[in-house]
Design a protein around this ligand. Structure first.
Ligand SMILES: NC(=O)c1ccc[n+]([C@@H]2O[C@H](COP(=O)([O-])OP(=O)(O)OC[C@H]3O[C@@H](n4cnc5c(N)ncnc54)[C@H](OP(=O)(O)O)[C@@H]3O)[C@@H](O)[C@H]2O)c1
Length: 369
């Protein structure tokens, strides 16, 4: 184990944040300060207790894990002065993971949480850096900052000047990453991670939340949509959650990852054809769906009830059309010798994540007649 760090993290109640906390607790002896907001009738303490209990790690609460109430959209995250003082004095690493990840989020909410929240994170990071002991700032961006609507290969250490965004999530993450890059160029020791579409564990398919691609799968499995404008050869970049966590933490430990950006993606994304093969071979009971040429597709080709569903799907379509490719030079170099390998996202992996979603009751496959 390397020297003990004191790490401040946001977004730890979310899909990725939870797994990062778990891995840090299991593989290091770092101390963690978690920023959590109150939600419904649950306090930040209730929420962290539940998460750690689910992981079997509640023993660390109050010892290696401290929790602070806050909301990233509030000035200084709305932290109590006493908490702020502790963070300023102790934090050596800051992971800003929190975001609004809904692909159908409104422009105002995406900007408020993703851009505003990141601006507040950067202000705090500067404060911890100037009068504290902050050594690293890690920011979770997305591989889709470049936009999913144009054929293009995204490079790691830059943002395109003319992105083609499909939704306000992408455009707000682009604006947020621009702010982070400005801070990096101004001397903040920043490392940026850009995962693609995060799905379940590489071996088990397990995931705590069924986000992003899963609701899309549901539309077809539950027979709500029967046609899709895409091509059989079009790919979609899914990445298992354990790869994202393992790669990010391996890269975070490297001193020379400061000032760099890393695509945490698969290098061989599955195609629509893989999905159709999976359906035919394993789940023939799922209603058939037809692939239509996107160049000539018109919404009117759909039945009226499906037109409504299709509109809900619009923010997702870019992810399924494989237009955006990702350079992985930085990630390849950084992972050399770490034991972390780019994931296999082939037919078997698609089957694993699908089966997990079925076995956990998220997807309900029609019974054979
Ligand atoms: N999942 C993916 O496919 C994917 C792909 C690429 C990049 N990313 C990026 O990775 C990061 C984590 O994604 P995720 O999938 O783990 O997200 P997620 O499951 O949607 O979780 C979002 C997290 O952000 C927190 N949050 C949102 N608004 C907040 C606020 N105002 N104050 C405090 N906390 C707030 C949430 O807290 P509450 O529980 O209180 O709501 C939750 O912990 C994000 O930055 C995302 O853009 C994710």
């Amino acid at each position: 184990m390397s020297a003990r760090k004191t790490i401040f993290l946001t977004g730890v109640t979310g899909t990725l944040g939870k797994e990062i906390v778990k891995k840090l607790l299991i593989t290091t002896d770092d101390h963690l300060y978690l920023l959590i907001r109150r939600k419904n009738r649950f306090t930040h303490w209730d929420r962290v207790r539940k998460i750690l209990a689910e992981m079997g790690l509640e023993i660390f609460l109050g010892t290696r894990v401290q929790v602070m109430e806050g909301d990233i959209t509030r000035p200084g995250f709305g932290l109590e002065p006493h908490d702020l003082e502790i963070l300023q004095r102790e934090v050596t690493e800051f992971y800003h993971i929190a975001a609004l990840t809904a692909l159908n989020g409104s422009e105002a909410e995406c900007m408020r949480i993703n851009v505003g929240g990141t601006e507040e994170a950067l202000k705090l990071a500067w404060q911890f850096r100037k009068s504290g002991c902050l050594e690293r700032f890690f920011y979770f961006s997305t591989a889709y900052v470049s936009g999913s609507l144009r054929r293009f290969t995204a490079l790691e250490d830059e943002l395109p000047e003319q992105p083609y965004h499909a939704n306000f999530y992408e455009s707000s993450k682009y604006r947020a990453e621009s702010k982070v890059r400005e801070a990096m160029h101004a001397g903040l020791p920043v490392t940026i991670f850009r995962p693609s579409i995060v799905v379940g564990h590489s071996q088990t398919g397990a995931v705590s939340e069924f986000n992003v691609i899963y609701p899309f799968m549901k539309l077809f499995v539950h027979g709500l949509l029967s046609k899709l404008p895409t091509r059989l050869e079009n790919s979609f970049n899914i990445v298992p959650i354990d790869f994202v966590v393992d790669a990010a933490l391996a890269i975070a430990r490297q001193e020379n990852s400061v000032g760099r950006t890393f695509h945490l993606v698969t290098q061989q994304p599955p195609t629509m054809e893989t999905l159709l093969e999976l359906k035919e071979a394993e789940y023939p009971e799922i209603p058939d769906f037809e692939i239509l040429d996107p160049d000539t597709f018109s919404k009117e080709a759909l039945a009226s009830n499906e037109q409504f569903v299709y509109e809900m799907l619009a923010p997702y379509l870019g992810y399924l059309n494989g237009l955006l490719g990702f350079d992985t030079t930085n990630t390849e170099k950084a992972l050399e010798g770490t034991g972390v390998k780019f994931p296999k996202t082939d037919y078997d992996f698609c089957r694993t994540i699908f089966q997990y979603a079925v076995n956990s009751g998220y997807l309900i496959v029609p019974q054979k007649a």
